[in-house]
Design a protein around this ligand. Structure first.
Ligand SMILES: *Cc1c(COP(=O)(O)O)cnc(C)c1O
Length: 391
């Protein structure tokens, strides 16, 4: 039996929804996107939401909304996908990578605070695997750095670097009674094909009440940014406020998202069941579990990033190859950014990130998706255990 890594969970409901969108005569951004935004805001306990074409675009627009650009620095984690740091580069700012906290996959709040300089305008944390970061200590640490120099009224109103959550993995997750989307100043979601809820490709932005701003105008501003800076006064006339970007969500995509939200609870509980099953099948002596059920955490169970105790990078790579040979697709999350050519050329080196490197070295992400069967999880766990015995 083959076990794919993370195929999308798309069924008849999504097919019907897409046909509905195509038949409606409105296929770009329109009423379905507006409804999808309303539902996301409801799930995230926020007043508003702005949908865009990807999480990468969402991160970029938040940085632009805050007036962050050339000459500025943005602190983020070395243990993430390139999109997190690329968005910083897209606005012309400089990414400053810091290590993760020991025994976690999350950015180290103290190292983030230590990286703050007079040029730092934002910190982007990543809710890795669907486990939300602890935002209050991060905000506290970053605020206490006291080096912040605002360069526009919006930055001044906040009075500290803006905290942005990369929630590409964590839609629907919660921590200590707060859901993802309402914890950081801004939260950026992804609906890419491999994520828990998909629209094929897509993204969304939510935010906490921002000092001195009302949610409706912030939402309008994000929508203007995402479509040419265009402002409509009525159906036949418009103004262009500045040469804006083009990263809106289409109603075709939103219709898929709306169908997915209808099934979200069932899809999420299936993921949780599978994680419990993996946890039960894999002994703690050899395998260090991802922590989806840590106290206070309600994970979205996006990934199952297992740590293989005492296993070297070469052995881990051999394990993945061996699983592939048996038709089981495992993966690695993530190759730390300083290992990649683009970030090495910016001057980052793996040696500066000992915890990220140690974590990467023996990490293996097991297949996990909402249509996965118990049997597929059992086959995966027993194949892994057998390979580890014969390393
Ligand atoms: C997938 C991913 C993104 C990018 O999402 P897109 O919607 O494809 O732009 C950003 N950050 C992390 C951590 C991701 O895994």
């Amino acid at each position: 039996m083959r076990v794919p890594f993370s195929p999308p969970d798309i069924g008849i409901w999504e097919q019907i929804a897409v046909i509905g969108a195509l038949d409606s005569g409105w296929i770009t951004t329109g009423p379905k996107t507006a409804l999808f935004e309303e539902k996301i805001a409801e799930i995230c306990h926020t007043k508003k939401c702005a949908c865009v074409s990807s999480a990468t675009a969402a991160l970029e627009l938040v940085l632009r909304l805050m007036g962050i650009g050339p000459g500025d620095e943005v602190v983020t984690t070395a243990y993430t996908f390139t999109a997190t740091a690329a968005a910083i580069c897209h606005v012309g700012a400089v990414p400053i990578l810091v290590d993760i906290k020991k025994d976690s996959f999350a950015i180290d709040p103290q190292q983030a605070a230590d990286a703050v300089t007079g040029r730092t305008k934002a910190v982007i944390a990543v809710d890795f695997a669907g486990i939300p970061c602890e935002y209050p200590p991060l905000v506290e640490a970053v605020s206490s750095a006291r080096k912040f120099i605002p360069s526009n009224p919006r930055q001044e109103a906040l009075g500290r670097p803006v905290i942005i959550a990369d929630c590409a993995h964590s839609f629907g997750a919660a921590r200590d009674g707060q859901v993802c989307g309402e914890m950081a100043d801004f939260s950026c979601f992804s609906f890419h094909a491999v994520k828990n809820i998909t629209t094929g490709d897509g993204g969304a932005i939510t935010w906490k009440p921002f000092p001195g701003e009302d949610d409706v105008s912030l939402s309008e501003e994000l929508h203007h940014l995402s479509v040419h800076g265009q402002q409509r006064s009525n159906p036949w006339d418009y103004d262009v406020l500045y040469p804006g970007y083009k990263c809106n969500m289409t109603d075709i995509a939103a219709s898929i998202g709306l169908a997915q939200l209808e099934r979200m609870d069932a899809m999420f509980s299936r993921r949780r069941e599978l994680v419990r099953q993996y946890d039960a099948l894999l002994d703690q002596e050899r395998f260090c579990r991802p922590g989806h059920f840590a106290p206070g955490v309600e994970s979205s169970c996006h990934l199952y990033p297992l740590r293989l105790r005492g296993v070297t990078r070469e052995q881990r790579d051999r394990i993945i190859r061996s699983l592939y040979e048996q038709g089981i697709s495992a993966n690695i999350h993530f190759k730390p950014l300083p290992m990649l050519t683009a970030y090495r050329q910016m001057g980052f080196s793996p040696s500066g990130y000992p915890i990220a490197m140690k974590t990467y070295e023996n990490e293996i992400s097991l297949p996990l998706f909402s249509t996965m069967t118990d049997e597929q999880a059992e086959i995966t766990a027993s194949a892994l255990k057998k390979i580890c015995l014969n390393l």
